[in-house]
Design a protein around this ligand. Structure first.
Ligand code: TPP
Ligand code: MG
Length: 336
């Protein structure tokens, strides 16, 4: 066990919202609310048995997806994991194409063949989610190599969890990206748990950004529940990647409010730890900043949430009417 256990307070100081364009801040807020409402809605649909398969949700981690994706250009790419709904919405997939996919419909973003664990849309710059822990890391290195050889100026941001960094794939992928100076932003969402296991039980040094030094690349630990801190760190890192100074490793400290997957009641997260992180909720924090700057009052924020919720309910009704794939679809889109 390490004495360097990561604490909620153990992060970069909060970023001030001064100097930011109000419209931009509201967009970040709306995106995070969209992800939260989507996930909460999906949780109940799943428990009602309305959708097949399993789900891994990201309530509490909205700022990592939204902050990183806000720093990317539309034609940059992301890779994701089994916990990809938030990444998808942050990268610009619509709630409809995502929800239809979760319902297994032919109109879903992967034509109903991916489901919750494999959401993505190449036209919007998101490789369908890779559910093998650490599996996205070598893939992102390969994409970075392609972007570099094609000189197209693109960057790939590779999202993965704290559980991925002890996988061999992480070492191989980051090392290759490092020696070839590839435009890859490695984004570790350190939510302190891999399934039910706390990070400090599986790492002697739970400071994941420290690993960057072993590859000779830049590594930074950032408050992953402060969307502006994430955005600023990601913007600088994307700029480095685009200008041949990549790759970069960002460790975003955050917290998962829900269980690992469908029926995990999360009993292993101590109550005091949950309380501490819940007080640092990314949506509440940006909401407070908007109010402080006079860019919104509580009624405005409530209206945003109500609108997002109403849109979600409409999308659910539409999802229930979507066509399912037929046996003829079984052999389509299997090989490129
Ligand atoms: C190679 C591999 N081993 C084990 C699993 C089973 N598994 C799925 S998610 C998970 C935990 C991942 O934790 P982390 O990387 O921290 O991501 P988080 O769930 O916290 O987002 C495990 C062990 C898997 N999918 N792939
Ligand atoms: Mg984790």
């Amino acid at each position: 066990m390490s004495d360097r256990t990561v604490q909620a307070s153990d992060v970069t100081p909060p970023r001030a919202a001064d100097g930011y364009d109000g419209e931009f801040l509201r967009t970040l807020y709306e995106r995070m609310v969209l992800i939260r409402e989507f996930e909460e809605g999906v949780k109940f649909l799943f428990l009602e048995g309305a959708m097949p398969g399993t789900i891994h949700q990201c309530q509490g981690q909205e700022a990592t997806a939204v902050g990183v994706c806000a720093a990317l250009a539309e034609d940059d790419f992301i890779t994701s994991t089994f916990r990809g709904h938030g990444h998808a919405l942050a990268k610009g997939l619509t709630p409809e194409e995502l929800l239809y996919e979760l319902f297994g419909a032919e109109t879903g973003c992967c034509r109903g063949k991916g489901g919750s664990m494999h959401v993505g849309n190449m036209d919007r710059g998101m490789v369908p989610g890779i559910a093998i822990v650490g599996g996205g890391v070598p893939l992102a290195a390969g994409m970075g190599l392609a972007f570099k050889m094609r000189r197209n100026g693109r960057v790939v941001a590779c999202f993965f969890g704290d559980g991925a960094v002890a996988e061999g794939a992480f070492h191989e992928g980051v090392n290759l990206a490092a020696i070839w100076d590839l435009p890859v932003l490695f984004v570790c969402e350190n939510n302190l748990y891999g399934a039910s296991t706390r990070v400090d039980r599986v790492m002697r040094n739970p400071r994941i950004a420290d690993r960057a030094a072993a590859y000779g690349i830049e590594g930074r630990t950032v408050d992953g529940n402060d969307v502006l801190a994430v955005y600023e760190a990601a913007r600088a890192a994307v700029d480095d990647c685009r200008n041949g100074r990549g790759p970069v490793l960002l460790e975003l400290l955050t917290y998962r409010r829900t269980g690992h997957s469908r029926r995990d009641a999360c009993h292993y997260q101590p109550a005091e730890e949950r309380d501490e992180w819940f007080r640092r909720d990314p949506i509440d924090r940006l909401g407070a900043a908007l109010r402080e700057r006079g860019l919104a009052d509580q009624d405005d924020l409530d209206r945003i949430r109500a609108r997002v919720e109403a849109d979600f309910r409409a999308a659910v009704e539409a999802a229930k009417k979507q066509p399912l794939p037929t046996p003829d679809d079984l052999t389509t889109d299997v090989l490129a």
